[in-house]
Ligand binder design. Structure first.
Ligand SMILES: Cc1cc2nc3c(=O)[nH]c(=O)nc-3n(C[C@H](O)[C@H](O)[C@H](O)COP(=O)(O)OP(=O)(O)OC[C@H]3O[C@@H](n4cnc5c(N)ncnc54)[C@H](O)[C@@H]3O)c2cc1C
Length: 286
């Protein structure tokens, strides 16, 4: 099947892209890497009046640093994140997690902004951005809006963005010393059944602080396991601490049943993978 007819715009500035989105009054879609959008068009599940192709907007394609802050442009490809020395040094979790997304072709085209807007509940990029406390920067006709990734989603594949808002970047406030990530997939680099990621800082005496844990595939969107992380604050992450965190994590999940796994199986996997991730975190080197 081929897409229904649509108008096509290829702006070279953010202002022009936003103007096109405004002019189409909710009928247009942004085209970034096309890895999710184009299949939806081809299956005619989406029939937008127009596509606003942002691939010629150079200002969206940068990785910038400012003190502890790192900003990644919306159009930065997964493969650029994978190879970037700046990302590897400051946010190694991102360098690692993108290698779990699709295959080389998908990573060469798919973008950070597209992944965040697509809002797949199993997506690796939304999960990593959530645990890293990132903020999405969006530009609309009314100006700039900053939305913490923890407030971006209002359901599966649904964000709080307005149809005339363009995501221009994602900002990362700091850089945790340690991270650990694991996911369970039915086959290599398939969409995940369950993903778990944790970050934190270890003091010289071996105790942990600033622990954050995010879970993917177990709710409408990635979720922070806040109580589980709080249970680990100031502890050495010994086995009893891990058990307490794993028990607390069950409270924030509401897993779906779908073609990949039942809700019951996801519920079973979550504490198992959380314990493994925390064991990895405890053994990790900065
Ligand atoms: C074979 C295959 C395997 C995959 N495997 C995985 C996987 O393992 N894990 C995973 O997380 N994903 C996976 N994906 C999805 C992939 O990550 C997509 O690239 C991503 O979901 C969308 O990014 P994109 O740049 O291609 O966006 P597009 O497909 O161009 O757009 C996606 C949506 O976001 C909107 N959009 C895009 N950019 C912006 C912006 N800057 N501002 C506002 N709206 C915007 C579009 O209008 C559209 O609604 C896979 C895809 C394929 C085809």
């Amino acid at each position: 099947m081929k897409p229904a007819r649509f108008a096509y715009h290829r702006p070279t500035t953010v202002a022009d892209a936003v103007a096109h989105l405004r002019d189409h009054a909710g009928g247009a879609r942004v085209l970034a890497g096309g890895q999710s959008l184009v299949p939806m068009l081809n299956m005619r599940l989406w029939r937008p009046d127009a596509l606003i192709d942002i691939n010629e907007i150079d200002e969206l394609d940068d990785i910038r640093v400012d003190g502890e802050r790192t900003e990644i442009g919306a159009l930065v490809r997964y493969s650029t994140v994978e190879r970037s020395a700046v990302v590897a040094e400051r946010l190694p979790l991102l360098s690692r997690i993108v290698t779990h997304i699709g295959d080389r072709q998908v990573r060469n085209r798919g973008t950070v902004g597209g992944s965040l807007v697509q809002g797949d509940p199993t997506g690796e990029m939304p999960l990593a951005c959530l645990v890293l406390g990132a903020t999405v920067v969006a530009v609309g006709p009314g100006g700039v809006r900053r939305i913490p990734v923890g407030e971006l989603y209002e359901g599966s594949y649904a964000t709080v963005l307005q149809p005339d808002e363009l995501v221009v970047a994602v900002e990362f406030p700091g850089r945790p010393q340690h991270f650990a990530f694991r996911q369970y997939c039915r086959k290599h680099n398939d969409f995940a059944v369950v993903s778990v990621v944790a970050t934190g800082d270890r003091d010289d005496d071996g105790t942990w602080r600033n622990v954050r844990i995010a879970l993917g595939g177990v709710a409408d969107s990635p979720v922070l396991a806040t109580a589980a992380a709080a249970a680990l604050e100031g502890t050495p992450l010994d086995d009893a601490d891990l058990d307490a965190a794993a028990a607390a994590a069950s409270d924030v999940i509401d897993p779906p049943s779908d073609v990949r796994a039942s809700a019951a199986y996801r519920r079973h996997l979550t504490p198992v993978y959380l314990r493994r991730v925390l064991t990895d975190l405890r053994a990790s080197r900065p």
